[in-house]
Ligand binder design. Structure first.
Ligand code: SF4
Length: 245
């Protein structure tokens, strides 16, 4: 907790956790807490050896500054509603993102038809649970197709690359002077994900949101495009506690 406190003093924003230990709210009254979740109880047992939701939901039930960061795997397509309902029932929020199969585990690679079905399932969740799901349909489109304005997401376009390691030419658009510091606080990693992840299959949610945000001018051609851009910005701002839910 000392390290969380040191971080919170400088950057009073967000803490990612598995939710098994409760962040003391007297010390961190409004720190945004993002709890990792890997599906329903049975999926969590397979993937993490334990149904962590049963513990984390007791720790954080009704907490106004907590959401679940639900990583959807190909095996959960068609099964996400009960997970979202469980979260709604304990008065918390959820942000949906997709698994990048970094370990190359069999059965966890995305097939195009799964991504297509998932996009519509995510849309349905947003329609059905608008006060629980922090998202927008344009984000669902971008993250499942990996396309924006006819361009493909990947190394060439990604805004979440550590600045000092970024030798791309011409330089890409940036949201901030991005740096991913290692735990020793001296070395840096390539980007916001593991240093070895394959950019062509990367599904990182924050990197996709940033990709939309840095490309504001490309979203100025129609009301719908601008609306889409604002909605992605809005969901990002909510998730990092820059604006209220
Ligand atoms: S792995 Fe993802 S976040 Fe990292 S540089 Fe590649 S596309 Fe960007």
């Amino acid at each position: 907790m000392d390290r969380v406190e040191a971080f919170y003093k400088r950057i009073p924003s967000y803490c990612a956790t598995n939710g098994l230990i409760k962040v003391p709210r007297d010390k961190f009254p409004d720190m945004m807490v993002g709890i990792s979740l890997w599906g329903g109880g049975e999926d969590e047992k397979v993937l993490r050896g334990k149904d962590t939701f049963s513990v984390s939901s007791k720790n954080y039930e009704g907490d106004p500054y907590t959401y679940y960061l639900y990583t959807i795997t190909p095996k959960q397509v068609g099964k996400i509603e009960p997970v979202v309902k469980r979260i709604a029932d304990v008065g918390l929020k959820v942000h949906l993102q997709l698994l990048s199969n970094d370990e190359g585990v069999d059965g966890f690679f995305w097939k195009p038809e799964e991504l297509r079905d998932l996009r519509f399932e995510m849309d349905e969740m947003l329609d059905q649970y608008p006060r629980t799901v922090i998202s927008c349909k344009y984000y669902h489109e971008i993250i499942t197709t990996g396309k924006m304005m006819g361009r493909s997401f990947g190394w060439r376009e990604c805004p979440s690359v550590t600045e000092s390691l970024d030798n791309r030419q011409p330089p890409v658009k940036r949201l901030i002077h991005f740096y991913r510091w290692a735990a020793d606080l001296k070395s840096v990693h390539r980007c916001c994900t593991s240093a070895t992840r394959d950019c062509s299959t990367c599904k990182d949610g924050a990197a996709h949101m940033s990709w939309v945000m840095v490309n504001k001018h490309d979203h100025m051609n129609s009301t719908k495009d601008l609306q889409n851009w604002i909605e992605v910005y809005e969901m990002f701002a909510k998730l990092y506690r820059l604006i209220p839910w």
